[in-house]
Design a protein around this ligand. Structure first.
Ligand SMILES: [Ca+2]
Length: 298
């Protein structure tokens, strides 16, 4: 869940365990606990001995606006692309109870001095919004962008050299990258596809074989396949696959539950946002909902 602020996390919710915003949450959709419409898994990091006022739904915190996360189907690791504010986009490897820094930090960099923060986990990689800023990055040659789109660790068979590579993109820059992370270290990162239209591909998906697809606002599905040219290891081609075959796009997971959940303003001062069932029903409005959410992240 995003931090809920227009900019700068004005209520410092990212570092507060008392709010759901700026977090990755983990709930049991089949259970019912307290007065909630879902259960709290007993092994959630703060479920056993929650600090005062702590929301026990929290799995990880200090995240600004995760635009897509996914589990590595082979290792079970959870990967996320966290959209930055004005300077830094980042990829995070999410662990139980992990603090990813926002809004005390953006990427590897100090963002607010007055926000208390302990034990922040560094991003796996960060990239800057501008070439001038990139010089301050630990990854100055990465290339720039404005809004990250997290993807998947490739576990398909059609592009053997990409096996185990985490694939992610920048929505505005029109670049797709891949990185390899082994034994707690970044061992490779490179451009896979570049020069794709700005703002055209908002989300990745994968099929049952682990092949990766991108959905475009032209309404078509594109597949990532092996590239011929040396600088680009992969390319996007129009796929003959139709939507909703066995390809699961990220937001399907969110909307194909019993009913859609909508975020609305709460009248209470202490809870800036609340959860309420959506009247728009299930699954029908996927595309427009996705479009709206994406437009609020860039
Ligand atoms: Ca961070």
């Amino acid at each position: 869940m995003g931090d809920g602020g227009l900019a700068d996390d004005p209520h410092n919710l990212g570092q507060s365990l008392n709010f759901l915003q700026g977090k990755i949450l983990r709930i049991d959709v089949n259970g019912r606990d307290y007065k909630l419409q879902y259960g709290i898994p007993k092994d959630n990091p703060f479920a056993a001995k929650p600090p005062d006022g702590c929301r026990t739904e929290i799995w990880a915190y200090g995240l600004r606006n995760v635009w897509r996360m996914s589990f590595d189907r082979e290792t079970g690791e959870l990967w996320a692309g966290d959209v930055g504010q004005r300077k830094w986009e980042e990829v995070d490897l999410i662990v139980k109870g992990g603090n990813y820094g926002w809004s005390a930090r953006e990427g590897f960099h100090l963002f607010k001095e007055n926000v208390k923060m302990t034990n922040a986990i560094d991003p796996v990689i960060e990239y800057a919004h501008t070439p001038a800023l990139a010089k301050e990055s630990r990854f100055p040659d990465h290339g720039v962008g404005l809004s990250i789109t997290g993807g998947f660790v490739y576990r398909g068979s059609k592009i053997p050299k990409l096996r185990g590579v985490y694939i992610y993109a920048d929505y505005m820059a029109g670049t797709i990258w891949g990185l390899r992370y082994e034994g707690g270290k970044l061992t490779a990162d490179e451009v896979l596809v570049k020069g794709i239209p700005r703002g055209a591909y908002p989300v990745f998906g994968q099929d049952s074989e682990g092949e990766i697809y991108a959905l475009a606002f032209d309404g078509r599905v594109y597949q990532i396949v092996e590239g011929k040219a040396e600088p680009e290891a992969a390319k996007l081609i129009r796929s003959s696959r139709v939507l909703a075959a066995d390809i699961r796009f990220h937001w399907f997971n969110a909307t194909c539950c019993a009913e859609m959940i909508q975020f609305t303003r709460s009248p209470m001062e202490t809870t800036p946002m609340t959860l309420s069932p959506s009247r728009t029903g299930r699954c029908r409005t996927r595309f427009s909902v996705m479009r709206r959410i994406q437009s609020s992240t860039v």
